[in-house]
Design a protein around this ligand. Sequence first.
Ligand SMILES: [Zn+2]
Length: 230
Amino acid sequence: MAVSTQVDFIAPTIRIHTIRSPLPGPTAWIEAGIHGDEIAGVHAAEELLEAGLEPERGTLIVCPLMNPGAYRAQQRVAPGGLDLNRCFPGDPAGTRAEHRLAATFMSAMTNARPDLLVTLHESKKKFHPDVQPSFGQTVVYGVKPAPSIVGAAVSRMNASTQHPAETWAPHYYPVSTSSTEVIVDRLGCVGLCIETWMGFPLARRVEMHREIICVLLEELGVGARFHSGS
Ligand SMILES: [Zn+2]
């Protein structure tokens, strides 16, 4: 039995890929590029789609680029725009594009009912508990207790680091106005932000994002395999 793939355009340049296994299972929503200067997650998501990433069971949803205008400008926020990460749940009748876009994402997520939402970010500062805020190389969660998938993902990532500076940590950092927390609040799913440190070369950051996506999918029970074509 083959997976089915559906691509929805929620805006002319914003794609949501829904890949369904014929086997029942949980739903994972992976998204990147909410901040336009944090590009490793965007590239990782695109590369995994190009490589034919599929769920072994359940449903995998991927939005590789949430904020194309910010991405093209290589800035956190699109020129003249708002921080999309602070515009959720949005407003379909809003006067600002980011509020309308957030509402569109919100409605797509409400329909999809993901069990796990993963937003791929990057951080200019390496995480240190004494430096607030700092996020580089963390799996961030905003609701205690830490979801069990956090510890599992951190220890699996730390088993394959190439340098001691790559060491991952769980990071409890609630921000009630962040998109992830607004969505977690509304949908009751587990929501995580993945933060690589931008001090590493882009190619390595992309590799780490690809790896943690696959690790999280495996830990959730969706699994990750690659369709090689037939
Ligand atoms: Zn970010």
